[in-house]
Ligand binder design. Structure first.
Ligand code: SF4
Length: 241
């Protein structure tokens, strides 16, 4: 069997996303993660986390199901020091056993962003080389991935299903149905540590140049790419091949 045949046969062995979505539409986040594990097995399942302001809730639920599920963290080279420290805090607090920090390819950075100003001149290209392409490489060994998007975040996230087809693999959204209050309850129940920047007024945290504080009457993601039409980095708006 050549590489292409092997890939097609492994993709076709996966159950259809819409069938899984129907079965898991009203399932709890833990049940969704357990179903993802059962569907593809731990070696083929990864959770992608930004270690942002709400990430601890999903990581806590995952750790209760299986703390050895691989966690992929995209270290873009533009993250706040506080986010890197928070990653290490949560690894220790939750007992995460397999967190993989993924960096962009040095060769691509020196060719396409030698002056580190691409975030300003062309943020879509910057997200492509610092997030989308590294994630595509990191996901290659996996048949399914889990992420923490919520419908209450609005925009492109307002009607995400619980399970979707992401091209070469399945994508599980265990928090699709979850409310802001339920996430707060997970934080309170487990006494989860907060991202250090929440106290300074950041409700959503991404890369330094593209993140600003939000006011009380703003949407939690309003501080991301402020002043631009952009609301997503691309890892959720294109199929990761
Ligand atoms: S969020 Fe900003 S700095 Fe980070 S990869 Fe995207 S454009 Fe670049």
């Amino acid at each position: 069997m050549n590489a292409i045949t092997a890939q097609v046969s492994s993709v076709s062995a996966l159950p259809p996303a819409d069938e899984l979505d129907r079965a898991l539409r009203d399932a709890s986040p833990a049940e969704v993660i357990a179903a993802a594990l059962k569907t593809v097995g731990r070696d083929k399942l990864a959770l992608v986390s930004s270690f942002g302001t709400e990430s601890a809730a999903l990581l806590k639920v995952m750790a209760e199901v299986d703390p050895a599920i691989p966690v992929i963290f995209l270290d873009t080279g533009w993250l706040f020091e506080e986010t890197l420290a928070y990653r290490d805090t949560l690894i220790a607090a939750l007992g995460l056993e397999d967190v993989r920090s993924i960096k962009p390819a040095e060769e691509t950075l020196s060719r396409e962003d030698p002056d580190r100003e691409l975030w300003f001149s062309d943020p879509d290209a910057c997200c492509r080389i610092r997030k989308v392409e590294p994630l595509a490489r990191a996901l290659r060994p996996f048949s399914a991935w889990i992420n923490g998007r919520k419908r209450f975040q609005g925009n492109a996230r307002a009607d995400i299903p619980v399970v979707e087809d992401d091209g070469a693999r399945l994508k599980f959204n265990p928090f699709a149905n979850v409310s802001r209050e339920e996430i707060a309850a997970i934080f309170a129940r487990a006494k989860l540590p907060r991202h250090p920047l929440v106290a300074s007024g950041y409700l959503s945290v991404g890369c330094m140049p593209c993140t600003s504080r939000t006011t009380e009457d703003e949407d939690s993601r309003a501080g991301r790419w402020r002043g631009r039409a952009k609301t997503e980095c691309g890892i959720h708006t294109m199929k990761i091949s």
